[in-house]
Write a protein that binds this ligand. Structure first.
Ligand code: NAD
Length: 479
C-alpha cells in the first residue's frame, strides 16, 4: 500500500484530513505513487497560521542571511538531484532527460534569488523641499499562497517560493493533486537545508477545498497561481474581491510560423520538439503551426520525420522523449478532441498497441491539417501531443492567423529575413516571442508570462518577481 501523504506545516510533517485518492504513475497505472488526502479548510488554516507565526522573524532576517538559506536549499536539491528526477519521471511522466533538466534548474533558481536577496531594494527620490531625504522601501507582503500545476512540479513551486522568501515573505504552497508527492519531497529538502520552521509550508489536498480555503483566508496577503484558465479566472475573482495582490499564469495555444525562406530542417526539428516532447504538456508547447503555402508539403514531410524520430515510451525507458499523458481522463479527452476535429490526420492520435504501453496513458503524437481556424482543436488548449497545421500566403496572413486566439503565451517565427522578423516581433500577441527557436522553455532569470487569456498581466521570474513579491513605501525624513 502506498504512503498516505502528510503535509509539511510549521516544520513538521503532519496528517491532513479527508478521504485520500490515489496518485498514479502515468506510465503504469498499477504503480500507486502516493495516496493524497483531500484536505479541508482547517488544514489550509493551520498552514497559514504557521506561516504567519514565522513571518516576523523571517522578515526581519537581514537579506544576506535569507540568501544563505536559499543557497543551502539549492545545494541540498543538488545533492538529491537524481532521486528527485526519478521521482518526477514516475509521478508526472516527465521523460527523464527533461526531469533532470528541471531539477538542475531548481538549484539555478535558488542561486539567482539568493543573489536577489542581497541586491539594492529601493531608490532615493529627490524631494521637492530642501533638506529632505526621500526614498522608497520595498517591503514583503506577508503570507503568500502559491497554487501550482503538476507539469513543472518542482520548478514552478520554486520560481514562486524562492522570490517570495528572498524578499521576506513566508509561504504556503498548495501543489496540484497529481504532483503532491514531489511537493513533499521539496519540503524535505527545505527542512534538510535548515529553513526556519513555518517559512515554507506545503499543504496537500484538493484544489476545490484546500486551494479555495487558502485564497479566501484573511491572513493570506497575495496569491500566485499557475494552472488552467478556468481555475485562474476563479482565483482572480476571489482575490479581486478581497483586494489582495494576485497573479494568474494560465494556458496557451502557442504557435510556430514557418516562412518560405526558413531553414526548414531547423523549423521541423524545433516544431516537433516543441509540440511533442513531454506529450505536449507544457504551457508553452507548440500546438499550432502556420506554414507558408509554397513550402507546405516539403515542411510537413520533414516535420513528420522529426516527430517519428522522437521516441514514445514509458519514462523508465531513458530514450523516451514523448511519454504518457498525466491521466486516463487526459488521454480520453485528447482522443475525443481528435475524433471530433475534422481536417486531415497526417499522423498519430492512436493508443499504441505494444504491451509495454498497456498500463499507461499514451497517445501517439498527432498532426492534423485543414482544421477550421475557429474550431475547438485550433482554439482550445488540449495539453496533449497534438499539432494543428495551417497555411498562409505571407507574413501578414500568418500573423493574423497566429493572433486569432484568445491566448497569447508563446510564439516563434522561422525565417532568415530580418525585416520579417522585426515586423513579427512588433505584431505578434505573445508574452514570450522567439525567432528561430522553440516555443518552449525560458531562462529562469528572464521575466515570463503571457498576454490576453494566458495571464493576469504581471510577470514571473527575473526582475518581475521583485515587483510581485514586494510592496513599495515612500519615506521622507525631514532633517
Ligand atoms: P489546474 O488549473 O487544474 O490546477 C492548478 C492548481 O489549481 C492545482 O493546484 C489545483 O489543485 C488548484 N485548484 C483547482 N481548483 C481550485 C480552486 N477552486 N481554488 C483554488 N485552487 C484550485 O491546472 P493543471 O491541470 O494542474 O495544470 C495544467 C494547466 O496549467 C494548463 O492549462 C497549463 O497551460 C497551465 N500552465 C501554465 C503555465 C504558465 O506559466 N502560464 C505553466 C505551467 C502550466
Amino acid at each position: 500500500m502506498a504512503n498516505l501523504l502528510r503535509s509539511y506545516v510549521g516544520g513538521a510533517f503532519i496528517a491532513t484530513a479527508g478521504d485520500p485518492f490515489d496518485d498514479l504513475n502515468p506510465s503504469d497505472a498499477d504503480d500507486i505513487v502516493a495516496r493524497v488526502p483531500a484536505g479541508n479548510a482547517d488544514d489550509a488554516a493551520a498552514a497559514v497560521r504557521a506561516a504567519a507565526q514565522a513571518l516576523p522573524a523571517w522578515r526581519d532576517l537581514p537579506g544576506p542571511a535569507r540568501a544563505e538559506h536559499l543557497h543551502r536549499w539549492g545545494e541540498v536539491i543538488g545533492s538529491r538531484a537524481e532521486e528527485l528526477a526519478q521521482a518526477m519521471a514516475r509521478e508526472v511522466g516527465k521523460p527523464l532527460g527533461e526531469a533532470r533538466g528541471e531539477v538542475a534548474r531548481c538549484s539555478v533558481i535558488l542561486r539567482y534569488y539568493a543573489g536577489e536577496a542581497v541586491r539594492a531594494i529601493g531608490e532615493v527620490v529627490p524631494a521637492q523641499a530642501a533638506g529632505v531625504l526621500q526614498f522608497t522601501l520595498r517591503d514583503p507582503l506577508g503570507v503568500v499562497a502559491l497554487i501550482t500545476p503538476w507539469n513543472f512540479p518542482l520548478a514552478i513551486p520554486l520560481w514562486k517560493a524562492a522570490p517570495a522568501l528572498a524578499f521576506g515573505n513566508t509561504v504556503v504552497l498548495k501543489p496540484a493533486e497529481q504532483s503532491s508527492h514531489l511537493a513533499i519531497l521539496l519540503a524535505e529538502t527545505a527542512e534538510a537545508a535548515g529553513l526556519p520552521a513555518g517559512a515554507f509550508n506545503v499543504v496537500a489536498g484538493a484544489g476545490g477545498t484546500v486551494g479555495d480555503a487558502l485564497i479566501r483566508h484573511p491572513d493570506v496577503r497575495a496569491v500566485s497561481f499557475t494552472g488552467s484558465t478556468t481555475v485562474g479566472a476563479r482565483v482572480a475573482q476571489v482575490c479581486a474581491e478581497r483586494n489582495v495582490r494576485y497573479q494568474t499564469e494560465m494556458g496557451g495555444k502557442n504557435v510556430a510560423i514557418v516562412l518560405a525562406d526558413a531553414d526548414l530542417d531547423l523549423a521541423a526539428r524545433l516544431t516537433a520538439a516543441g509540440a511533442m516532447r513531454y506529450a505536449g504538456q507544457k504551457c508553452t508547447a507548440t500546438s499550432r503551426v502556420v506554414v507558408a503555402r509554397s513550402v507546405e508539403d516539403r515542411f510537413l514531410a520533414k516535420l513528420g520525420a522529426q516527430v517519428n524520430a522522437l521516441s514514445l515510451g514509458p519514462v523508465t525507458d531513458a530514450a523516451s522523449a514523448v511519454g504518457p499523458l498525466i491521466s486516463s481522463d487526459a488521454r480520453d479527452r485528447v482522443r475525443a478532441a481528435l475524433a471530433a476535429a475534422g481536417g486531415e490526420r497526417l499522423a498519430g492520435g492512436d493508443a499504441p498497441s505494444d504491451a509495454r504501453f498497456a498500463r499507461g496513458f499514451f497517445v501517439t503524437p498527432a498532426i492534423v491539417r485543414g482544421v477550421d481556424p475557429d474550431a475547438a482543436l485550433a482554439q482550445d488548449e488540449l495539453f496533449g501531443p497534438v499539432l494543428a497545421s495551417f497555411t498562409a500566403a505571407d507574413l501578414d496572413e500568418a500573423v493574423a492567423l497566429a493572433n486569432r486566439s484568445r491566448y497569447g503565451l508563446s510564439a516563434t517565427l522561422f525565417t532568415r529575413d530580418l525585416p520579417s522578423a522585426l515586423a513579427y516581433i512588433r505584431r505578434i500577441h505573445a508574452g514570450l516571442v522567439r525567432v528561430n527557436g522553440d516555443t518552449t522553455g525560458v531562462d529562469p532569470h528572464a521575466p515570463f508570462g503571457g498576454m490576453k487569456a494566458s495571464s493576469s498581466g504581471s510577470r514571473e521570474q527575473g526582475s518581475a518577481a521583485r515587483e510581485f513579491y514586494t510592496e513599495i513605501r515612500t519615506v521622507q525624513v525631514v532633517g
